[in-house]
Ligand binder design. Structure first.
Ligand code: BGC
Length: 250
């Protein structure tokens, strides 16, 4: 029998969801995407989440990602989401909007990292790995032998006078009209700082822009091997589904 889960990835512009085959990490059926309501307050987002679950006719447990530090199922940061998320008991919020069913909420980059460990490049499971997502911000998942050290927020490390993600997210590339060559210089500077502080065995780079990895990964000037995530944009949804299947409550 196929083991199916359900994951929802909440981002600044879209909320994406799908049924996931838990044995191979592939989507079962179509991915659903709805624009994130603006302002993206907890109540508005939870209503959209409930609408997605209804549309999908899914009645089982639901895993959910947020671009936020999640400790004991409470949101503790809101860098690229509405500030009103800070201090919200996200389990209570989504429980209430999803008829009390089991939910598990975790950081978006952490979800993508555990999905890559399970279904991506085998190198993600070995040694010390820094998994990074480049999007509106820079998300990080720190992995040791495939085990997650949750809630690292390495996108907020100061590089000079600016946070890493303000310099080198893919949103910064668009905002500043940078070529891949120029943007790769900024990414290199960020990765050099991570090398200096953390000395990972490898970097794995994900997020939408990793689809174009041939255009920028070879331009990076770093000592540590860098390779693209295999799961790309699927990773958040898959990791969310995995988290609730494992009853994880970071
Ligand atoms: C947030 C992280 C998140 C990352 C990627 C950052 O701004 O602080 O929690 O993982 O963006 O969405």
């Amino acid at each position: 029998m196929v083991n199916i889960g359900f994951g929802i990835d909440i981002g600044g512009s879209g909320i994406k969801a799908a049924r996931v085959n838990m044995d191979d990490g592939e989507f079962v059926g179509d991915r659903i995407k709805i624009a994130t309501p603006q302002p993206a307050t907890p109540e508005a987002v939870a209503q959209t989440v409930a609408e997605i679950v209804r549309t999908a006719e899914w009645t089982g447990p639901v895993g959910i990602t947020l671009p936020s530090v999640i400790r004991d199922q409470v949101a503790h940061s809101a860098a690229n989401i509405d500030l009103s998320w800070i201090g919200v008991d996200v389990r209570e919020l989504f429980n209430r909007h999803l008829d009390g069913r089991e939910v598990s909420v975790l950081n978006d980059a952490d979800a993508a990292g555990i999905a890559e460990v399970a279904f991506g490049d085998p190198r993600a499971r070995e040694g010390s790995v820094l998994f990074l997502t480049f999007g509106t911000g820079i998300g990080s998942a720190m992995l040791v032998e495939g085990q997650l050290f949750p809630n690292t927020e390495l996108g907020h490390i100061m590089i000079g006078r600016r946070e890493a993600e303000h310099r080198a997210s893919s949103a910064a590339k668009i905002r500043d009209g940078l070529s891949y060559r120029k943007w790769a210089k900024r990414v290199s500077r960020v990765l050099n700082e991570y090398e200096r502080l953390l000395n990972p065995g490898v970097f794995i780079v994900g997020g939408g822009i990793s689809r174009d990895h041939e255009r920028w990964v070879p331009l990076l000037d770093v000592d540590t091997p860098v390779f693209p995530a295999r799961l790309r944009n699927r990773a958040g949804i898959v990791g969310a589904a995995m988290a609730v299947a494992a009853h994880l409550t970071p």
